[in-house]
Design a protein around this ligand. Structure first.
Ligand SMILES: NC(=O)C1=CN([C@@H]2O[C@H](COP(=O)(O)OP(=O)(O)OC[C@H]3O[C@@H](n4cnc5c(N)ncnc54)[C@H](OP(=O)(O)O)[C@@H]3O)[C@@H](O)[C@H]2O)C=CC1
Ligand SMILES: CC(C)(CO)C(=O)C(=O)O
Length: 342
């Protein structure tokens, strides 16, 4: 029984961010700053500092520095708060999708559309299975958000969010100053394009480098390029289309990554904005010893390659290295590019 969200007058639908961490606090905070009714459903470790400091601070690579008063947000660690939702944004990591899906099914009203702002290509289907008859959309967040300090999140790269097309004017309700959201009928291909980019998440996590440092190293870029080319072969074998989430067409990206660093630096500077602090979400998970999304990324390519009879030695080596790294105790051992080739 999908229907339009209750827009609740000029402030718009009540938006509950399910799993408020980096992406959820940043997006939810910008929406609240624009006057939308927003509840952040999250863990006490994230919400308590916002309450204690009386504000959520949002900064970005353009110089944005915004303080959102805690009074302008509802903060809750109790999934019962989903009962007030006219619109739910899912911002948990992929491994937590099943859990949040059952909480949404239990508490959120059936009229509330559910939009996944997660990486990986299977979260929408997982949510839709748990929420039959509801408007469940996939979304793609191109930009990077890092936790800078308690109650402070920083957007370190550029781009606009895209969500699947559908009724209810959701992209307008989810857009705000500094947060542009567009709808696309091609969201599946956009998600595959994002997965190709996200294959670099594990390389970044394993390297211990910032994204900026890593992109200026040609050996790492060659590995990124070879890994992406390998995945593109798998997608082609499976008849899947990928649309680029960057200004570069998908098929050119490996070639550009392989260019000498001075040429790459010039080209990339005109196309990509990455500030010096950016590290992928997987790097933060590994540092915090949380379970990573490796199974949804390299794991997905390895499984599809096996089904299609396409060899995926790089994705398999990276998957194995991430599993080792997740199991490591003590100080992290940074990997070099040659450690990740079989
Ligand atoms: N950060 C980034 O730059 C980007 C991230 N993404 C994608 O967005 C998604 C979210 O990433 P990110 O914001 O970094 O993740 P975070 O880990 O920062 O935030 C998710 C939060 O949700 C919490 N959570 C999990 N389950 C529940 C639950 N049932 N109830 C309440 N809270 C819950 C987690 O707690 P706990 O840790 O205890 O489980 C965590 O605090 C991922 O799929 C990621 O790949 C996409 C683009 C960029
Ligand atoms: C860095 C970025 C934006 C692309 O890999 C990302 O999706 C993440 O950190 O998970």
């Amino acid at each position: 029984m999908a229907s339009d969200p209750d827009t609740g007058g000029s402030r718009g639908p009540h938006i509950v961010v399910a799993g408020a961490g980096a992406v959820g606090c940043f997006s939810g905070g910008l929406l609240a700053a624009a006057g939308r009714r927003v509840t952040l459903l999250g863990r006490p470790a994230v919400l308590t500092p916002i309450n204690a400091q009386g504000a959520l601070r949002l900064t970005d690579y353009t110089g944005l520095d915004l303080v959102v008063a805690a009074d302008n947000l509802a903060l809750s660690d109790d999934p019962v708060c989903l009962g007030a939702a006219d619109l739910v944004l899912v911002t948990v990591k992929s491994g937590a999708t099943a859990g949040i899906a059952s909480e949404i099914a239990r508490h959120a009203p059936a009229h509330a559309p559910v939009v996944s702002l997660q990486n990986g290509v299977d979260n929408r289907a997982m949510l839709a299975d748990a929420l039959p008859g509801r408007d469940v959309r996939a979304g793609m967040v191109p930009f990077n958000v890092i936790p800078k300090a308690p109650a402070h999140f920083h957007r370190a790269t550029s781009g606009d969010i895209r969500i699947g097309a559908g009724p209810g004017g959701l992209s307008a309700w989810l857009s705000a100053p500094h947060l542009k959201v567009g709808q696309t009928p091609d969201i599946d291909a956009v998600q595959w394009g994002k997965l190709l980019v996200n294959l670099a998440n594990a390389l970044n996590a394993l390297s211990g480098l910032t994204l900026h440092e890593q992109l200026l190293n040609r050996d790492w870029r060659r590995l990124m390029a070879d890994q992406m080319a390998e995945a593109l072969t798998v997608l082609r074998a499976q008849g899947l289309r990928a649309v680029s989430t960057t200004p570069l067409p998908v098929w050119t990206t490996p070639h550009i990554l392989r260019l000498p660093t001075p040429v790459f630096r010039r080209l990339a500077a005109s196309m990509l904005t990455i500030d010096a602090t950016a590290r992928t979400s997987m790097a933060y998970d590994l540092m915090a010893r949380r379970k990573t999304e490796i199974d949804a990324l390299q794991g997905r390519i390895v499984a599809m390659g096996a089904a299609a009879g396409v060899a995926t030695p790089i994705a398999a080596a990276v998957l194995a290295a991430m599993r080792d790294a997740e199991a490591e105790e003590g100080p992290r051992r940074p990997r070099a590019p040659q450690d990740l080739r079989r």
